[in-house]
Design a binder for this molecule. Structure first.
Ligand code: DC
Length: 226
């Protein structure tokens, strides 16, 4: 059997990371690790407790206490916060913006990077912003997935509508751009492409086409197949 690899995917919001990572993991029979969900759960808990991003000591305590878990059911992967299913609750536009803000805090990043490293390893497809540069620099295969801003915003818009969240397209595009600027310009672990990452532009491609391209790259890079 071929060696099991650690594969990471970084990129901005709406580039298609989650869809593609999930499909790739299924195809390879690997586990899918959604690191954005871990930040989203912390943001949701902070909101519930009335903790703002400036309240560093409270955030630190929250990160130490919170239990973040992943489970599966017939609908796919579910996200749990202290035993409660929060899969839908962490995807609202409000939580997306708050997550981007709270993920800039050092105490949050340190706690979650630790957790992510425990959940990662061979046989995992991990997806996020700092996978290749910070969390898993040793990953055998790194992808940087991008798409043009209009398409990324439109994808997010459709995703939210599908979940029954009423939104306006121009507003979603604006929010996506604002979140990307924040994620790219923050001080700690900003979104950036690792020097050894393989860039893929998903504009105009279906998720299946992106996955196919990734499989070709994995075979060439990790297994030396031409
Ligand atoms: O991938 P996502 O949209 O679920 O991520 C939500 C936010 O979490 C995103 O705006 C930035 C942050 N994030 C991060 O800082 N580092 C990661 N590895 C993943 C997400």
């Amino acid at each position: 059997m071929e060696k099991r690899l650690l594969i990471v995917i970084d990129g901005p919001a709406g580039a298609g990371k989650s869809t593609v990572a999930r499909m790739l993991a299924k195809k390879l029979r690997y586990r899918y690790l959604d690191t954005g969900a871990t930040y989203r759960v912390v943001a949701l808990k902070a909101k519930e407790r009335g903790i703002t991003p400036e309240m560093t000591a409270e955030l630190d305590r929250l990160c130490a206490e919170i239990e973040i878990g992943f489970g599966d059911n017939e609908e796919g992967q579910r996200v749990h916060m202290d035993g409660k299913d929060v899969t839908e609750a962490i995807r609202t536009p409000e939580i997306s913006m708050l997550t981007s803000r709270i993920s800039q805090e050092r105490v949050v990043r340190e706690a979650l990077v630790d957790l992510q490293r425990r959940l990662g390893g061979p046989g995992v497809v991990a997806e996020g912003r700092d996978m290749g540069m910070v969390v898993f620099p040793e990953a055998e295969v790194k992808f940087y997935l991008d798409a043009n801003p209009q398409e990324r915003g439109t994808r997010r818009y459709k995703e939210l509508l599908d979940r029954g969240i009423p939104v306006i397209l121009s507003r979603v595009i604006e929010d996506t751009n604002r979140r990307d600027r924040a994620d790219q310009n923050r001080e700690i672990a900003p979104l950036q492409m690792a020097p050894d990452a393989i860039p893929i532009d998903s504009t105009g491609l279906t998720p299946a086409e992106v996955v196919e391209r990734m499989i070709t790259e994995i075979e060439q890079r990790a297994y030396g197949k031409r």
